[in-house]
Ligand binder design. Structure first.
Ligand code: CU
Length: 222
């Protein structure tokens, strides 16, 4: 008896995915995102909605799956790193092995803005690439297209509060350029599809036409 509702749900999800993924582009980088049309992808989408209804902190830590990136200065300009002393870690813990909801925890110091001294609203994101070598290998934001992002696209990597990033995804710095912040997000891809991806920290300097990428690390299993 369970076959009928499951089949209906799959048809609905498949239809939704096709609709949502057609013609959508990453507005920040102008690059198409990878689209997972497999059944596995659809099922994880179902679970992501269930996760979205969960109250923050209401889940036990038992099923969590965590990744951690050791952060290093990155994206040197003319051979010079913007903040050469950057050090620290960024942890990304998914609610379970199959959930696409996770919590990002940035604990990094010696991040400084050349304009104001402190950084307000810097970006810290999972990116689509697997190497920190340069912007090309880091790739753009990593997220799965759907209809709920700030731009109607499914990208949770913006400072604005949305259903897939309830408090926005950003950090500020204080003394010694130290950034400490935790926030929840749903990027549409869970633990298994996030292992090995580049985690990029941007500062808030837009004088070069975009938020500079000042640190990078690879998300590894803990
Ligand atoms: Cu980024």
């Amino acid at each position: 008896m369970k076959i009928i509702p499951n089949a209906l749900a799959q048809v609905f999800i498949a239809t939704f995915c096709i609709k949502a993924s057609s013609g959508e582009e990453n507005p920040t980088f102008g690059m198409s995102q990878p689209i997972d049309m497999s059944l596995g992808g659809s099922m994880s989408f179902l679970k992501r909605d269930a996760g979205g209804l969960r109250k923050r902190g209401s889940k036990s830590s038992k099923g969590k799956k965590c990744l951690e990136a050791e952060m290093e200065p990155s994206n040197a300009i003319n051979g010079n790193f913007t903040w050469p002393d950057v050090e620290g870690t960024v942890k990304v813990c998914f609610d379970s092995s199959t959930s696409t909801w996770g919590k990002l925890d940035i604990d990094v110091k010696y991040l400084r803005s050349s304009i104001t001294g402190d950084i307000t609203g810097g970006g810290v994101h999972v990116h689509s690439g697997f190497s920190c070598t340069n912007s090309t290998t880091q790739g753009p934001h990593y997220w799965k297209p759907n209809s709920t992002g700030i731009k109607g696209d499914g990208d949770p990597w913006y400072p604005e509060s949305t259903s897939i990033a309830p408090t926005g995804t950003w950090y500020n710095t204080g003394a010694k350029g130290k950034a400490e912040r935790k926030f929840r997000f749903d990027q549409g891809y869970g633990y298994d599809l996030t292992v090995g991806h580049a985690l990029v920290i941007h500062d808030a300097n837009t004088t070069e036409g975009g938020y500079r990428r000042v640190a990078c690390g690879i998300l590894k299993e803990t």
